[in-house]
Design a protein around this ligand. Structure first.
Ligand code: FMN
Length: 387
């Protein structure tokens, strides 16, 4: 059997602070700190505590060249190699083993191969995989303090606008002229009070999908390699963000999950469900933010990382570009929604884990970035007050 280190590994020195009651009662310091090493390896999708001697051992094993396990055992000790293989920080190759690798080792190997195939920048892969939520609910950790409460606890926030440059040198600018786009720009707002009875007309859903996520043109850049033209910009013109629709109340569309095909302009059914189940999934998706789950539909934006990383391999800016792409798309949806008299929304406070599971996506390959959507505001909501 051969082995090498997993492709991406970040080791974090972690400090946990606890109240030391004994020290406090005897008049000493009240806080006890315990220090440990934590391995963040994206192919494992979970944190792994590691002993200091194993951290040192990992530093002696390369991630590229396969080495006989017997050689590693001589260098690092049998027990250390066994521990690191068992937790997946060393990955094994079963070449030469009559029955291949045991299941657990084969699983780690397969996940490491998937990670290697995407061309992630290591730090970006760690940031992505370890910033995902599973099971986050507003009552269990996600707080929604009011501005007043925040000011009470944190004091005043940094000012909303700042002055830079030498005093008195600012150039006064003319007021912006009015334009037709203003009507939409100035009506755009985040809705948190949707009309829970209102249906989304199919024609409108189709328009919003096509104008936000659909191809407006296609251009062959090299034989067999084409890019799409969309209404939002995209890094490298690659448009890696896919739109998945969670339909609750779209006319003529059964509740459930769909993939929107950017060129064919069709909804591809993935998973049909009852209206109640769709509402429940919507709630889970946005970590119990019921004000967004009330919308008639949501669009889950997930980037196919390999489409972007095909060009931007192991690139320091590629992950950022994916986030920016998703942000542009959501703003386009907001504007189209505003034009149609609807309120939009976008949130990054989402349970990626459950969404990946529902959509059958591998987070190493498809990065769920945001959930956006729109709907008719309930009577009396902001839009009506402004009109
Ligand atoms: C990246 C991003 C994440 C957001 N996440 C949330 C969220 O989790 N919950 C929420 O109620 N609003 C969320 N919003 C909406 C903002 O709170 C909203 O844009 C802001 O309050 C300004 O209001 P406006 O959009 O009506 O101008 C998010 C907006 C952005 C751009």
């Amino acid at each position: 059997m051969l082995a090498r280190r997993c492709a991406v590994l970040l080791i974090e020195p972690r400090e946990a602070l606890e109240l030391d009651w004994q020290a406090m009662l005897s008049g000493g310091g009240a806080l006890a700190a315990s220090l440990s090493w934590v391995a963040l390896a994206p192919h494992l999708d979970r944190e792994v505590p590691v002993a200091a001697e194993d951290v040192a051992a990992l530093g002696r094993v390369g991630q590229t060249v396969w080495q006989p396990v017997a050689t590693l055992e001589q260098q690092l000790g049998d027990a250390c190699v066994a521990r690191l293989l068992a937790c997946g920080l060393l990955v094994a190759d079963g070449g030469g083993l009559p029955d291949g690798l045991p299941d657990a080792l084969a699983h780690f190997r397969a996940r490491d191969d998937v990670l290697r195939a995407q061309h992630w920048r290591p730090l970006s892969a760690v940031a992505h995989m370890f910033s995902r939520w599973r099971g986050m609910r507003s009552e269990s950790g996600m707080q929604f303090p009011t501005f007043d409460e925040l000011v009470q606890v944190y004091g005043q926030p940094p000012e909303p606008a700042v002055t830079r440059g030498a005093q008195g040198c600012a150039i006064a600018l003319p007021q912006p002229e009015k334009s037709t786009l203003d009507g939409v720009l100035l009506r755009r707002y985040t809705g948190r009070n949707f009309d829970t009875k209102a249906q989304m007309p199919l024609a409108l859903a189709a328009r919003l999908l096509q104008r936000t996520f659909g191809a407006q043109g296609r251009r062959e850049m090299a034989p067999g390699a084409s890019v799409l033209k969309k209404t939002s910009p995209s890094a490298g013109g690659l448009h890696p963000c896919e739109a998945y629709v969670l339909a609750q109340r779209i006319d003529g569309v059964a509740p459930g999950l769909y993939h929107y095909h950017a060129v064919d302009h069709v909804l591809e059914p993935l998973h049909m469900m009852s209206g109640g189940a769709a509402r429940q999934l919507a709630l889970v998706a946005v970590a119990d933010q019921q004000w967004f789950a009330d919308a008639p539909w949501m669009v889950i934006v997930a980037a196919r990382v390999a489409r972007n990383f095909w060009k931007y391999r192991n690139h320091a800016k590629a992950h950022r570009a994916l986030l920016l792409d998703a942000g542009h798309l959501s703003q386009t949806l907001y504007l189209l929604a505003a034009e149609a008299g609807m309120a939009g929304f976008v949130t990054a406070a989402i349970n990626e884990g459950e969404l990946e599971q529902a959509l059958g996506l591998d987070p190493l390959a498809d990065m769920v970035v945001a959930v956006c959507g729109c709907g008719l505001p309930a009577p009396g909501d902001y839009v009506e007050l402004r009109q």
